[in-house]
Write a protein that binds this ligand. Structure first.
Ligand code: MSP
Length: 513
């Protein structure tokens, strides 16, 4: 069984911003979690490169659309590399194999009798590449997401007969777990309850798109083409583009992670398209919230973006991952606040987790021959830190299954807090000066080092680098398997401990990011 996981395919109208990095980082945590459990994962990301928005952006920059897409998508690819995103695939919808997949898919949909000609009139947002629900008589309507005027469209297009799938889509969206979080299901239910209307899948006079076979002058509507990118992405390097092969390569997807703005496309249009083409449906669609800054959606079109390049350079990967995954309940909106960002990073990572390991390792090295001390009775399951560790491991595993990164992060942090508390109570720095306390001090330090190992293992999907640095300080292998590594008492007494290095630098941000 393959776990296939996707981010949205990002528009290349501009460079990535923190909103796109957020989705990608969250998916990275999911992919890493699945791999830790020994699952085989195909983690897909990529770029959505056709459509009017891209055509206009390229023209404004005086570039051919292809040259523009090549440059921007390369920027995405490099950025994800620098963020150490563990994606297995990077699909571009201008990939020649994608065109073949789109053609084959369209042929199936047409053969199902689901393509008809029709006239589309309505208000269109080019930034969303979407017809909006505003009534025809609306005066100067705006896109609520982009705060830009909608454009009136009146076109003869090819339509997909979505209306035929009313009942199947109703059933699908009621399926337990298909739309997550559950709070987002309601808006899709309302939309579907109004009655599904056929939607146009082609454009005329829009050269920057994939031509529709057999319908001269039509190119595919960018969303029709883009969603199919999830299929093309599954092809392996030498594969011929063949829809049947996709089923052997990891389709259906286990999870599409998207922003709430594009839930309708993923939970309604996309499944109907797949039904029409006779392909299985994705198991789950998770619509997360928006990152805001000063309460406004962060977006390329609004110009209030936080640049992931700047964040990476000034703050580092661990800091940003921690803030986004630990502070924002996945699914809800989150507001980026710089002060809170640096407070959390410094308190949780530099002070609580970093110091825990540093000071314990220093004491162990000083008093116990630069090695993990003898464990004594610290390996007993009844040891207070063994109990705390087992509770943390249970919570983190459950939370990660539920994509509740915040609870997972908090539970790992809580274990570090308990271990610090234990250390302070036992005060080994005093005890070591007393006669006959050597074995008790050894056991206490062992227990705290073991708790630190557990913290590192639990953080592995969320903060792979910090986790790796902690494990290196404990002379442990870099990637822990779950659940094997989460058992208590695995640290071997006598293991040489390397010289302590700070595992997390403090963030000192003197200017706004
Ligand atoms: N190209 C389409 C998706 C096609 S999928 C087959 C698209 N691209 S996008 O670049 O405009 O946005 C993609 C996603 O970026 C959003 O759904 C969301 O996941 C993420 N975000 C964009 N702005 C965001 C925020 N301000 N906050 C959080 N995520 C946001 O739509």
């Amino acid at each position: 069984m393959v776990y296939t996981l996707t981010t949205p395919l990002y528009y290349v109208n501009d460079r990535a911003h923190l909103g796109s990095a957020y989705t990608t980082l969250a998916c990275d945590a999911i992919a890493r979690h699945r791999r830790l459990k020994g699952e085989s994962v195909v983690f897909i990301t990529g770029c959505d490169e056709h459509g009017q928005k891209i055509q206009r952006t390229a023209a404004a920059a005086g570039l051919s659309p292809q040259a523009h897409c090549d440059a921007v998508s390369e920027g995405y690819r490099e950025l994800w590399n620098r963020w150490q995103i563990s994606n297995d695939r990077f699909i571009r919808t201008t990939d020649p194999r994608h065109r073949r997949i789109v053609e084959q898919f369209f042929a199936r949909v047409e053969a199902s009798g689901d393509v008809v000609e029709g006239r589309q009139q309505g208000w269109y947002c080019v930034a969303c590449e979407e017809f909006k629900d505003d009534p025809h008589e609306a005066q100067d309507p705006e896109c609520p997401t982009h705060r830009r005027p909608l454009e009136w469209r009146d076109e003869l297009n090819l339509f997909f007969r979505l209306s035929r799938y009313q009942r199947q889509i109703e059933e699908l969206i009621q399926r337990e777990g298909f739309i997550q979080p559950v709070s987002r299901r309601r808006e899709v239910e309302n939309f579907v309850a109004q009655g599904l209307r056929d939607f146009s899948i082609s454009r005329i006079d829009l050269p920057w798109g994939i031509p529709v076979p057999g319908h001269g002058g039509h190119t595919f509507y960018v969303w029709f083409d883009a969603l199919l990118g999830y299929l093309t992405a599954l092809l392996e390097p030498g594969d011929e583009p063949n829809l049947d092969l996709i089923l052997e390569r990891g389709w259906p997807a286990s999870l599409h992670v998207i922003g709430k703005d594009i839930l309708r496309f993923h939970a309604v249009y996309w499944p109907a398209m797949l039904l029409s083409a006779g392909l299985p449906l994705p198991e789950k669609v998770f619509g997360h919230g928006f990152l805001t800054r000063e309460g406004q959606k962060m977006g390329k079109s609004l110009g209030n973006v936080l640049d992931p390049e700047v964040l990476l350079e000034k703050c580092g990967r661990d800091a940003v991952r921690w803030y986004l995954l630990r502070d924002i309940p996945f699914g809800d909106d989150g507001d980026f606040q710089q002060q809170r960002f640096s407070d959390l990073v410094n308190n949780d990572l530099a002070n609580t987790i970093g110091n825990l390991l540093n000071r314990t390792s220093s004491m162990a090295r000083r008093w116990f021959a630069e090695a993990v001390p003898p464990a004594g009775d610290a390996t007993a399951p009844s040891h207070p830190l063994a109990i705390a560790a087992s509770a943390a491991a249970g919570t983190v595993q459950q939370a990660m299954e539920a994509l509740d990164f915040r609870s997972a992060a908090e539970a790992a942090l809580q274990l570090a807090i308990q271990a610090n508390g234990f250390l302070n109570d036992q005060a080994p720095w005093k005890a070591i000066k007393q006669e006959g306390q050597q074995a008790a001090v050894a056991a206490d330090l062992y227990a705290v080092l073991e708790a630190a190992r557990l913290v590192a293992c639990l953080l592995a999907p969320l903060l792979p680098e910090l986790s790796g640095r902690m494990l290196a300080q404990l002379a442990q292998p870099p990637t822990p398997a779950w659940p094997a590594s989460l058992a208590w008492g695995l640290l071997q007494p006598g293991t040489a401990l390397p010289e302590p290095q700070p595992v997390m630098a403090r963030l000192e941000l003197d200017a706004p990011l």
